[in-house]
Design a binder for this molecule. Structure first.
Ligand SMILES: C[S@@+](CC[C@H](N)C(=O)[O-])C[C@H]1O[C@@H](n2cnc3c(N)ncnc32)[C@H](O)[C@@H]1O
Length: 213
């Protein structure tokens, strides 16, 4: 399944990853698959895999992707029901690019606490020099109950630098970039949650760009 990485993935002015070459792109916690579907349509030379623990929101887009091309079918898309905690072994060393956008529930907890087994699972599916983009959007007030339920730490610069990044490093990831995205930047992400959350500018959106080392 793995396609050659030509290392030509670059970042755009908003610091997010651009699709510019061949390869396999995996979107974890893909939701309704919008990002995967649109990216696949715009990048026919890449193969896109959307993964989510919940299959229901993927039913419609999966059907569409398998239609004839005149009816929206795409040959370079696959949707998989799986949890990040147990990614299929068929994906081992397959991903040239991994995206995690607006994670929630156990996926959110795993990327914020730097859960060792989830980071190992992500590292397992990385091809050499795989790039990973994680975009986390939290509103301290609106998301209070989820933050408390998941016992999440605040993503302060100190927490990122001294607690979280060392965990990603220990799991085999180099941190290439990190920071806060402005509402005008993150609202351009082609995901359904980026669209849903657009009206709330109190949401702090943190991004991390990692590379498998
Ligand atoms: C807020 S939605 C974001 C969906 C999409 N990335 C977007 O930006 O529109 C979070 C998604 O993470 C998925 N998710 C939560 N925990 C997960 C896990 N452990 N493994 C895989 N997906 C998970 C949920 O099912 C949900 O679809």
């Amino acid at each position: 399944m793995a396609a050659p990485s030509d290392n030509s993935t670059r970042r755009n002015s908003e610091n997010l990853l651009l699709h510019t070459g061949e390869g396999v792109v995996v979107d974890i916690g893909t939701g309704d698959g919008r990002f995967v579907y649109r990216s696949a349509r715009e990048n026919p030379n890449k193969f896109f895999i959307g993964i989510d623990a919940n299959a229901k929101p993927l039913e419609k887009i999966s059907m569409k992707a398998t239609r004839k091309s005149a009816k929206g079918g795409l040959p370079n898309v696959l949707f998989v029901q799986a949890a990040v905690e147990s990614l299929p072994e068929e994906l081992n060393a397959a991903a040239d690019e991994i995206h995690i956008h607006f994670p929630w529930g156990s996926l959110l907890r795993a990327v914020i606490v730097g859960d060792e087994s989830v980071l190992n699972s992500l590292r397992r599916i990385c091809a050499p020099e795989c790039l990973i983009e994680i975009v986390i959007g939290i509103d301290e007030e609106r998301d209070k109950s989820e933050i408390e339920r998941l016992e999440l730490s605040q993503l302060s610069p100190d927490y990122l630098e001294n607690i979280l990044i060392p965990k990603y490093k220990a799991a085999g990831f180099e941190v290439l970039d990190k920071g806060i995205l402005s509402p005008s930047d993150w609202s351009k992400l082609e995901t359904s949650w980026a669209r849903k959350l657009q009206s709330n500018s109190n949401r702090q959106v943190t991004y991390l760009i990692l590379q498998a080392s």
